[in-house]
Design a protein around this ligand. Structure first.
Ligand code: TA6
Length: 278
């Protein structure tokens, strides 16, 4: 099931599976989110594109126990908690996920997730995690956003200059970015650590900047599968890597969240478009 949202300033789609925003387009703009034309939309399979919600682990599960890559939230069926048309014309939709047989089977029986998406000339997504257990909860999370771009070779990402990162394409080596934007010229999969910075995707071909502000997030992940990795992905077209980049608002690896009993944490991303001429 999917919610189709149309406001005076934007349109958007959101699937209940994974509380997954798959489409957001401000009026007069090209689609901002990339969705693979070969993505499956079947229960239990992650959608390839849009904004997958990653929880409670990022990538492979690291505690040695079994579990799907990137956790269970993106394939779970969330429930609609409420919708609201705000005075400013923006539409809010809130969805919740509570423990179920699948999450209990994976050892997660005392948490509560709420995702609130606000649709307007900017896209705001808040992921609130509450620990309902009597003991602390440590978890990773991400809004694993796929952005649509004209040409990956001409695209750059600013805001991560001089940050430390884990290079997952080079044996998880720890490196430090110089004082230049991230440019993509090969498979790129890096977790930038301890950064609260706003990132900007520069797309000189479509002459636009995609500005990603965040809160409650200390990691930013940049990913492009490039040629060979894409060949191994059945839900991506062979040339799909050229028109997408993931810039993910996250808390991963060293920045995993530690929540005490009864405590909550909010991860927030706010995305808007700027012209590249500014
Ligand atoms: O965010 C980057 C990443 O963790 C990569 O390592 C890559 O695996 C990507 O996510 C996609 O993961 P998925 O499980 O959706 O194929």
């Amino acid at each position: 099931m999917r919610a189709v949202i149309s406001t005076s300033t934007a349109e958007a789609d959101l699937y209940l599976q994974g509380a997954h925003v798959t489409h957001w387009t401000p009026r007069g703009q090209r689609s901002v989110l990339f969705v693979s034309p070969k993505s499956l939309f079947t229960p239990g399979t992650a959608i390839r594109g849009g904004v997958p919600v990653i929880f409670p682990w990022f990538g492979p599960r690291s505690d040695g126990k079994p579990g799907p890559a990137h956790g269970f939230a993106r394939t779970a069926e969330w429930a609609i908690e409420g919708t609201k048309l705000r005075d400013d014309g923006n539409v809010e939709i809130a969805l919740v996920l509570s423990p179920n047989d699948t999450t209990r089977g994976l050892g997660y029986d005392s948490f509560h997730l709420r995702l609130r998406a606000t649709i307007g000339s900017s896209l705001e997504i808040e992921l609130e995690t509450r620990n309902d257990a009597k003991e602390p909860l440590t978890y990773e999370e991400a809004l694993h956003t796929y952005f649509a771009i004209a040409d990956i070779r001409q695209t750059s990402v600013s805001g991560l200059e001089a940050t430390a990162y884990i290079d997952k394409t080079d044996g998880f080596k720890r490196k430090k970015l110089g004082n230049e934007p991230v440019r993509i010229a090969k498979e790129t999969d890096q977790v930038h650590l301890s950064t609260k910075a706003t990132c900007v995707i520069h797309d000189p071909v479509w002459q636009r900047r995609i500005i990603i502000e965040k809160a409650g997030s200390d990691s930013t992940v940049v990913w492009n599968p490039w040629i060979d990795k894409t060949k191994g992905m059945s839900d991506m077209a062979p040339d799909g890597w050229q028109n997408m980049i993931c810039v993910e608002v996250a808390n991963a690896a060293d920045n995993a969240v530690h929540l005490g009993p009864g405590a909550s944490h909010m991860l927030r991303a706010a995305i808007h478009i700027g012209s590249s001429l500014a």
